[in-house]
Write a protein that binds this ligand. Structure first.
Ligand SMILES: Cc1cc2nc3c(=O)[nH]c(=O)nc-3n(C[C@H](O)[C@H](O)[C@H](O)COP(=O)(O)O)c2cc1C
Length: 676
């Protein structure tokens, strides 16, 4: 049998996908406030279609109005049709098939929660920030819901979509019938049989087919497996449900899943095992790279006739393998498409090395509702219309000071645009604080190493004048005579003015970075992360960390996981500023569980040989320790190159603490690089 590869077309009923690469549905919050198509949505999907993908599934189109400002796309009114038509035309112009994912968020719809069965707050299987108590739906409400799905499909067809995808996945409305976790009904839609559990979805499919005819694709997005609950769907149940869908007049099955528990994994593959995996996920985390949902999808594929797609943390190489071994008919890439809109073109032309890889950092997954999502490695995600790299009409001499992520990105982009770029870095290597970040966090779940390697490689290819070990002074600038100077020097990690701060057991980020630089060079950051579990020369056992924001919390996790007894002292009331919400939630829970002691609103008054003396609410106390680490946020060095006569731009942490995360630094760099 011929091995299937990415470039092989695939027939989906009335249409043919030109290849096996699919944009997995993902909500973006790029839609207009009134839920219609915005220019941002148009530019985003146009870029993906131009990037060569075979099928785009437009995610989470709502069948009922959302609360004002929740920027999800709508299909509950005819007024959406003209905008949607512009969108489907723009996608079709690139020969790409497009389906509309029809959804009701079920108990996660915080304004209009709906569920097969009534749930009180105490009974809900997810925390209340993810779902709301709800009353079960009556038979009349089931009819109303069915009609909403069919009306949505009719509008999608009028708007030029090739088809729809019925969403009976994750923890949304239709899953509350499919999954026994939710379904406790006693009627013909109840959990007594899989026929019952899939009855509503199958009725919806039939009515859509009746209303939209044969020339319309109907896909089913379903949970193939669930995790973290005693009644979670097993693979066997997934197969049974898929068989029933397969007997209907559908055109594809798209397999996903869901994880329950205190910190739900909304889409399973976005499960974030930082600082460590939860007990009920330990058995699975080893399978992430090969695809957590692949066993379920593979079993479904064997049991059904229609094409089966799946994804979840797959990369180009793994997807290729799954196609070649006939495990799947098409590969869903979600975040990898956000990281690189040209993913498909690069895959199809074999340019795997040039793919901008998703680093699984969770930045995209944690916005507040309605705030457009962002991608750490791709600043142009959602800003496709403005952040395109075009040739400049007026080439300049650009001096970039600092070879961290911001410096590398701006140098790379400015060079691509045709500027003459000199990149100076005071250290002997590029990367700035990234190697240190990799050493502290490891790269199993936040793959910063791939970001560092790519930036370094591209900078070396594109920037001819890179000067390592070069400290830029005003004299240097006057000699070089650039037209523009870009300060990407990072922030300054100062030590606070506290008696005892000069004692030998006190270290700050600068001195630790200095101490780590040789081992980092010798072993590389990922190996050093592992080696430091066995030996950390000179690091005391009882450690006080001064600081309470992202750098302090990451430091506490790093040391706590290496057997240190950590106490955190933060002068403010809040912990974890600049940490993405899920990252913070998990870290705080871990710290509490493992006994990291935290003192907020506490001032350090003095450090002495064997303790730190503090005061909180007027009460003095002392913390015994043999090591003090200052992990406070970086500050701006305002004096740096402050009296130059050429324009000076600051980016990344050099522009302020609000710019210090990688996502901000790389965004600043791209935005500046595109406008220089
Ligand atoms: C931010 C985000 C939003 C998502 N939104 C949806 C959605 O609206 N509908 C859906 O079926 N899946 C959604 N997903 C799941 C993705 O389609 C996909 O299954 C998941 O991201 C794993 O694949 P990946 O590792 O290739 O990103 C979302 C995932 C993420 C990370």
């Amino acid at each position: 049998m011929k091995k299937i590869s990415y470039g092989d077309p695939l027939r989906l009923g009335p249409v043919t996908m030109k290849n096996r690469i699919i944009k997995s549905p993902q909500s973006t919050y790029f839609w207009a406030e009134d839920q219609s198509v915005s220019e941002q949505v148009l530019a985003h999907y146009q870029a993906l279609a131009a990037g060569g993908t075979g099928l785009i599934v437009i995610a989470a189109l709502q069948l009922f109005p959302c609360a004002h400002g929740r920027r999800e796309g709508g299909l509950y009114d005819d007024r959406f049709i003209p905008g949607m038509k512009r969108l489907t035309d723009a996608i079709h112009a690139h020969g790409c098939v497009v389906t509309a994912q029809l959804i009701h968020d079920g108990a996660s719809d915080l304004e209009r929660p709906r569920c097969s069965t009534a749930f009180t707050a105490d009974e809900l299987p997810c925390p209340t920030e993810f779902c709301s108590p709800c009353t079960g739906v009556s038979l009349a409400e089931i009819e109303e819901m069915k009609k909403a799905f069919v009306d949505g499909a009719i509008r999608a067809q009028k708007a030029g979509f090739d088809g729809v995808e019925v969403h009976t996945a994750n923890a949304y409305f239709l899953v509350s019938f499919l999954s026994r976790i939710w379904n406790r009904r006693t009627d013909q839609y109840g959990p007594q049989s899989m026929e019952n559990r899939t009855r509503l979805q199958r009725e919806i499919i039939r009515e859509i087919r009746r209303a939209c005819g044969e020339d319309f694709v109907i896909g089913v997005r379903m949970n193939g497996q669930e995790f973290g609950h005693e009644r979670a769907m097993t693979i066997e149940e997934g197969v049974e449900a898929a068989r029933l869908f397969d007997r209907e007049d559908i055109n594809y099955i798209s397999v996903t899943g869901y994880g329950y528990g205190a910190v739900p994994m909304q889409y399973v593959a976005d499960y974030w095992a930082y600082p460590e995996a939860d007990a009920d996920m330990r058995a699975y985390v080893g399978n992430f790279a090969s695809g957590l949902l692949i066993p379920a999808a593979a079993a479904i594929k064997k049991a059904v006739e229609h094409p089966v797609f799946a994804g979840g943390r797959l990369d180009a190489e793994r997807g290729e393998e799954l196609l070649a071994h006939d495990v799947l008919d098409g590969i869903l890439f979600g975040r990898p498409h956000w990281a690189d809109a040209e993913l498909a073109k690069k895959i199809l032309s074999g340019r795997y090395d040039s793919i901008v890889r998703c680093t699984r950092c969770a930045t995209c997954e944690d916005p507040q509702d309605g705030v457009p999502r962002r991608c750490r490695v791709n600043p142009a995600f959602g800003r496709e219309a403005v952040l395109t790299v075009t040739k400049t009409a007026s080439p300049k001499r650009v001096l970039v000071v600092g070879g961290g992520p911001a410096g590398m990105e701006v140098a790379r982009v400015a060079s691509l645009r045709g500027h003459a770029v000199t990149l100076c870095e005071s250290q002997g290597c590029l990367g700035g604080k990234l190697p240190l970040a990799i050493m502290v966090k490891g790269c199993r779940f936040d793959e910063v190493q791939s970001l560092l390697s790519r930036l370094e490689e591209q900078v070396r290819q594109q920037v001819s004048d890179i000067r390592l070990g070069t400290t830029v002074t005003e004299d240097f600038v006057n000699r070089e005579r650039p037209d523009v100077v870009v300060l990407a020097t990072g922030g300054q990690y100062r030590l606070p003015d506290i008696p005892g701060i000069d004692l030998p057991q006190v270290q700050g980020v600068r001195s630790l970075a200095g101490r780590a630089s040789l081992p980092l060079k010798l072993f590389g950051p990922a190996r050093l992360h592992t080696l430091s579990k066995y030996v950390m020369p000179g690091m005391g056992r009882r450690v006080v960390i001064i600081g309470g924001q992202i750098e302090a919390l990451q430091g506490a996790v790093f040391l706590g996981r290496r057997g240190r007894l950590v106490t955190l002292v933060e002068s403010g009331e809040r912990l974890g500023d600049r940490m993405p919400p899920r990252y913070l939630r998990r870290t705080l829970a871990w710290m509490q569980r493992t006994g990291v002691v935290v003192h907020t609103s506490t001032k350090v008054q003095q450090i002495v040989r064997d303790s730190v003396q503090c005061i909180k609410n007027g009460v003095a106390f002392s913390i015994s320790c043999d090591q003090v680490l200052v992990f406070m946020p970086p500050e701006v060095n305002g004096d740096l190159l402050s009296s130059l006569s050429v324009p000076v731009y600051r980016i990344g942490a050099a522009a302020g603490v609000g710019h210090s995360l990688m996502v901000h630094a790389i965004y600043d760099a791209r935005a500046l690089g595109c406008t220089l």
